[in-house]
Design a protein around this ligand. Structure first.
Ligand SMILES: O=C(O)C1=C[C@@H](OP(=O)(O)O)[C@@H](O)[C@H](O)C1
Ligand SMILES: C=C(OP(=O)(O)O)C(=O)O
Length: 443
């Protein structure tokens, strides 16, 4: 098979740019699903338009939800421009067929909603969807009263036999492989006859900020949720049955996708401002402020957003990324360019993401002459002089953006299938070119 190679541009001068990052994948896909379950129409403004969010929108459409693309400039200052108007279906319908691609949010979040359809809903996706764990969701839905065929494999392809309603109630599950198991059940749980109580049993749950995002967004939709951290029992989440309100919601920029752009400031000794950085957010990407500061950058809020400034010297870091695993690939890339060793840990679950991210990062950085070793739950990265070469991306958007960061400092890096960035960041190569073009970038 011929490889499509993208020559990663080298930064010849410190970057100096202000960029607009498209909307958060995690917020957009939750907002679409909650709007689809609401008792009236809603708006999702400044949505992410990427492969993952299109898959979510198309999946909901297949079940009878109307999602209209609109350009609306008269929104009273709450975010004009592009928006999705979501009109819930009078009744979710089956038979239907849903493509989950390789989108964790679609493969975990839609089956709990499909139990409410009035017929069978067939789910399938990319080959990787047949490998990513789904048992937490399937087994839990069965306990709550659903009939699901999975061919005995515990994952995709599968058929959810919707009957228009689900008893719901209390369920135990092990969410140590993915926080999305918990979020998935909570998101649809208010529409089950008895609501849902999810009790996690097992090792620590990763990506807790994403569960907090689920809880906050449910509450904004008028749902009553009890959660740990609000005085609730540890590892127990409870959603009371009830109606959801159709809302008008503006999606925050995707802070995890800011990671490569701020990394450019760090490794070139330049400065990058990301517009509209929220002051309060549940997005794990907000932790970049701390992580990149520890790696030698300096950040400050400005009138426009958040600005990172680098000195060109990058330090290694010892960091538990259990809560913010999706930042790992780009942090590993920065660490490979640092002046001291890094140890990234708490991220064994990354082996079950778009690809086995720990193995892929070690192999590809070492392929450029690096010195990365896998540990049981992370990576040790000892910086070495890197050389050019092909960086494979394994259909993982974050591997591609990580490679672009290395390419800023290492001539001759060729990124295989950079188009895979379309999963959450359409037009990444054009945005990267603009970043390097100077202060008017992203204008
Ligand atoms: O709920 C979400 O939107 C997400 C949860 C996390 O998944 P895991 O808990 O599987 O890491 C994260 O890595 C993923 O990118 C998005
Ligand atoms: C793990 C990720 O995605 P997904 O939503 O497919 O799990 C990610 O975007 O880093």
């Amino acid at each position: 098979m011929t490889e499509t190679l993208w020559p990663a541009p080298v930064a010849t001068t410190p970057v100096d740019a202000t960029v607009t990052i498209p909307g958060s994948k995690s917020v957009t896909n939750r907002a679409l699903l909650l709007a689809a379950l609401a008792d009236g129409p809603g708006w999702v403004r400044r949505p992410l338009r990427s492969r993952d969010s299109q898959l979510m929108a198309d999946g909901l459409r297949a079940l009878g939800v109307t999602i209209e693309e609109q350009v609306n400039n008269d929104t009273g200052g709450t975010g004009g421009g592009e928006a999705w108007r979501v009109i819930p279906a009078p009744a979710l319908r089956g038979p239907a067929s849903v493509d989950v691609g390789n989108a964790g949010t679609v493969m975990r979040f839609l089956p709990p909603l499909a139990v409410l359809a009035d017929g069978p809903v067939h789910f399938d996706g990319d080959p990787r969807s047949h490998e990513r764990p789904q048992h937490g969701v399937i087994d839990a839905l069965r306990v709550l009263g659903a009939r699901i065929e999975d061919g005995g494999r515990g994952t995709f392809p599968l058929t959810v036999h919707g009957t228009g309603a689900l008893d719901g109630g209390t369920v135990e599950l092990d969410a140590s492989a993915s926080s999305q198991f918990v979020s998935a059940l909570l998101l649809s749980g208010a529409r089950y006859n008895n609501g849902v109580e999810v009790r996690h049993v097992g090792g620590p749950v990763p990506s807790l900020p994403h569960i907090r995002m689920t809880v906050d967004m449910l509450r904004l939709a008028g749902v009553q949720v009890d959660a740990p951290g609000d005085g609730g029992e540890k590892d127990v989440w409870r959603v009371t049955p009830g109606a959801l309100l159709g809302r008008d919601l503006v999606v925050e920029p995707d802070l995890s996708n800011a990671a490569p752009f701020f990394a450019a400031a760090l490794v070139t000794g330049g400065q990058v401002t990301v517009r509209d950085w929220p002051k309060h957010t549940t997005q794990p990407g907000d932790q970049l402020r701390d992580l990149y500061t520890r790696m030698g950058g300096d950040c400050a809020f400005t009138d426009e957003g958040l600005r990172f400034t680098g000195t060109g010297r990058v330090h290694g870091i010892e960091a538990d990324l259990h809560d913010v695993g999706e930042l790992t690939p780009v942090i590993a890339a920065v660490a490979a360019l640092a002046d001291s060793e890094s140890h990234l840990y708490g991220i064994a679950h990354l082996r079950l993401h778009e690809t086995d991210r720990l193995a892929a990062l070690a192999k590809e950085i070492n392929g450029l002459g690096g010195d990365v070793s896998e540990t049981e739950d992370g990576l040790r990265i000892r910086p070495r002089k890197l050389t050019g070469g092909v960086f494979h991306t394994y259909e993982d958007h974050r591997l591609a953006t990580a490679a672009a960061v290395i390419g800023l400092a290492v001539p001759g890096v060729q990124v295989e299938n950079v188009a895979t960035t379309a999963k959450t960041l359409p037009d990444f190569p054009a945005m990267w070119d603009e970043l390097l073009a100077g202060p008017v970038a992203g204008g």
